[in-house]
Write a protein that binds this ligand. Structure first.
Ligand SMILES: Cc1cc2nc3c(=O)[nH]c(=O)nc-3n(C[C@H](O)[C@H](O)[C@H](O)COP(=O)(O)OP(=O)(O)OC[C@H]3O[C@@H](n4cnc5c(N)ncnc54)[C@H](O)[C@@H]3O)c2cc1C
Length: 449
């Protein structure tokens, strides 16, 4: 590796190519909580898109696998390497252009999600996608997973806000698709193919993002219910009454048991389900919508509360970690079902866990029918981890039976690869697209496809 390392150091600078030791953070992502640990021959941190292209060209010539890495917050092991080279985008974190009056922004892929959102906010604008772990995740990682988040209910997922991409494709070419335009149908839509491709087709180096004026007010409301059925009925009533909530989240009773102590307002003792909704718009609009939400959510509720927005969302951001802390580890999935099957999927999660001797809980983006179904395990308990994998298989079968999909947000990565239930034609198309863009199969091998 010494000669190879010197080659790479010549491209990116001596300090920016190194052999990682076993404890390197570049070898794990959020799946560390389920015991996933990778290994790599080198980690490379290019400082520009041109350097990314040069590194990819070097790898393509020598048939070295390339694992693109953003902030390492992924829950599917997509950024975990199993040999080859980790290409981390950390140093590509510049704003290339920003036109607040035109509501558009061009940033490099390594910019943190939180910084993108903050820059927009400081200029009276909003970049709506808000996956958790925004302090650590990168915009390139959000694009590569087509990340969602609570406000995807009203505003859609990351891809809806990307008007153009710059990417390095095989065998090391810097290519642009779209740009600072709001429409473009002058070619096949390769931009959308790259969005959500989990680093299997190339490396995103920059993106043009669409922004909107920030709503004047955001007013959350939270309602507790005794049962899953009562809570899901309330959630469906919000949808059915045509109320445009900005977010429509849920947490089940087990999640409340582990995370409820820090909820900004007291949790009723017999609460078995929580619905969080948010109204936004002008001050008057947000007040009106929250009033309508309050009327509908009150039906069958134990209590309805209006915590301060910052406190509520800070708490919601910490739910995943609070649940993980209960046993030290967790196997957390992200199935999605038609919204009218949500109650069945919430109950099935608990039943599947019980069948495998595991405590199971779920929370998630209820309005989108997207559950973070989670099996609690101790991180070093191999038997429990194996049971959780079997439980996940049953969960995936349930999601498909209910008319949904095994992944609404996190992608397939390595943890869900081969479990999506593709029909043969779908599989054939996926494999053909991969072969067209990555003939040597070097971009994130053995992930997703
Ligand atoms: C506490 C917590 C809460 C979360 N909440 C949500 C949520 O609400 N919604 C949601 O959708 N996700 C959520 N996630 C999952 C995760 O944060 C998102 O998927 C995030 O967008 C991943 O970004 P990242 O930069 O960390 O990517 P990484 O984990 O580094 O990588 C993810 C995948 O993208 C690829 N990749 C990364 N950067 C690039 C690039 N520049 N070019 C090509 N491929 C690339 C990697 O190879 C990998 O396959 C959460 C995670 C945590 C830990």
């Amino acid at each position: 590796m010494t000669a190879a390392l010197h080659d790479l150091q010549r491209i990116v600078g001596q300090a920016n190519a190194f052999v990682p030791d076993d404890r390197s953070t570049y070898l794990v992502d959020a799946t560390e909580l389920r015991g996933l640990q990778g290994h790599a021959d080198a980690v490379v941190l290019p400082g520009s898109a041109e350097e990314v292209a040069a590194v990819v060209a070097w790898c393509y010539e020598r048939e070295v696998a390339i694992v693109p890495r953003g902030g390492g917050t992924g829950f599917a092991g997509g950024a975990v390497p199993f040999g080859g080279l980790v290409l981390a985008l950390d140093r590509l974190d510049r704003v290339r252009s920003f036109d607040p009056l035109l509501w558009r922004l061009e940033v490099e892929a390594g910019m943190r999600t939180h910084d993108v959102r903050r820059l927009a906010r400081e200029n009276g604008l909003l970049f709506p996608p808000d996956p958790g772990a925004a302090e650590q995740s990168q915009i390139g990682g959000n694009i590569a997973t087509n990340a969602g988040g609570p406000h995807a209910f009203k505003y859609g997922v990351t891809g809806a806000w990307v008007t153009g991409l710059e990417a390095v494709l095989a065998p090391g070419e810097l290519v642009r698709f779209g740009g600072p335009v709001r429409k473009d149908v002058a070619a096949l839509d390769v931009k959308s193919l790259l969005i959500g491709s989990e680093g299997t087709l190339g490396i995103v180096t920059a993106a043009w993002l669409r922004l909107i004026p920030a709503p004047e007010a955001t007013l959350p409301i939270a309602a507790f219910y005794r049962s899953v059925a009562a809570g899901c009925d309330a959630l469906l009533a919000v949808v059915g009454n045509g109320i445009q909530a900005a977010a429509l989240e849920y947490l089940d009773g087990g999640t409340l048991r582990h995370a409820g102590a820090a909820f900004p307002v007291g949790v009723p003792r017999n609460a078995g389900f929580l619905v969080i909704a948010e109204a936004d718009g002008t001050e008057a609009e947000a007040q009106r919508i929250r009033g309508e939400l309050a009327d509908i959510l009150s039906e069958g509720a134990l209590s309805v509360v209006t915590p301060p927005p910052a406190d509520l969302w800070r708490w919601r951001d910490g739910v995943s970690l609070a649940v993980a802390a209960a046993h030290g580890g967790k196997v957390s999935e992200d199935i999605v079902v038609p919204v009218d099957r949500l109650a069945e999927a919430v109950k099935a999660t608990i039943e599947i866990g019980a069948r495998h001797g595991l405590e199971a809980v779920s929370w998630g983006h209820g309005g989108d029918g997207n559950l973070h179904s989670t099996f609690l395990v101790a991180k070093d308990d191999a038997d429990a981890l194996a049971s959780a994998e079997h439980a996940a298989d049953e969960l995936f079968a349930t999601a498909l039976r209910l008319g949904g999909s095994i992944s609404g947000e996190h992608g397939l990565g390595v943890t869900k690869r081969g479990r999506a239930g593709w029909t043969p034609p779908v599989e054939r198309i996926q494999v053909a697209l991969k072969a067209t863009l990555d003939a040597k199969g070097l971009f994130n091998p053995a992930k997703k496809l």
